[in-house]
Design a protein around this ligand. Structure first.
Ligand SMILES: Cc1cc2nc3c(=O)[nH]c(=O)nc-3n(C[C@H](O)[C@H](O)[C@H](O)COP(=O)(O)O)c2cc1C
Length: 182
């Protein structure tokens, strides 16, 4: 698919078929995450791929009951957990640059590459950031110093959601200075 086609086709998928994902598809998707750009090429991201049914159930329990993606965690054959090390981003040598959470940006870029590669393989994903971080850390034995940034189910979609409304280009793009239209 052309890149714009992939970007336009992507949706948040919250209903999945249970069919397994071929290993070569999974590897391609993880490769897309691996080669993303990052602060000083420090590649602060780490991913946990979860296939075990009991672990997926436990992760579903780490989501609030009102999170609309909760049920998908037991339907999808895989859950990918995106982690990042805050100490491996935002530094030049030992000097901290600014106070922004650069590791979250790094993880976001890498994980979106994963999400788009999944779309290109006919697979569904859904960004999930509303979860109990302590819950996820306990389940997966994630060290104290590592942040859990986002999760996604990964599997064949069992729904075809319509595109959600987006703001127009005029509403989000200024020219020359902030707030100015062309
Ligand atoms: C950072 C981030 C966090 C999100 N967290 C959740 C979540 O916890 N649960 C959920 O169902 N959807 C979550 N979403 C999905 C958004 O609701 C979805 O992207 C948005 O409504 C637009 O729909 P679309 O992705 O189908 O275009 C999240 C998306 C992003 C980018």
């Amino acid at each position: 698919m052309d890149i714009m086609e992939v970007i336009e086709k992507r949706r948040s998928i919250r209903k999945y078929k249970g069919d397994p994902i071929p290993e070569e598809k999974l590897n391609k998707i993880l490769e897309a995450a691996r080669i993303a750009p990052s602060w000083s090429n420090m590649q602060c991201w780490r991913y946990v791929v979860v296939k075990d049914e009991n672990t997926k159930k436990a992760l579903a329990d780490a989501l609030p009951s009102r999170n609309p993606v909760k049920k998908a965690f037991t339907q999808a054959p895989i859950i990918i957990v995106g982690c990042a090390d805050p100490e491996r981003s935002g530094y030049i040598g030992s000097q901290r640059i600014g106070d922004k959470q650069w590791h979250i940006l790094d993880l976001g870029i890498s994980m979106q590459q994963l999400v788009l590669a999944a779309t290109n393989e006919g697979l569904g994903t859904c960004w999930v950031c509303w979860f109990s971080e302590k819950g996820v850390k306990d389940i997966l034995k994630i060290p104290e110093n590592i942040d859990v940034v986002a999760l996604t189910p990964l599997g064949y979609p069992d729904e075809e959601p319509k595109a959600k409304r987006r703001k127009s280009v005029e509403e989000i793009v200024y020219y020359g200075k902030y707030g100015a239209s062309e």
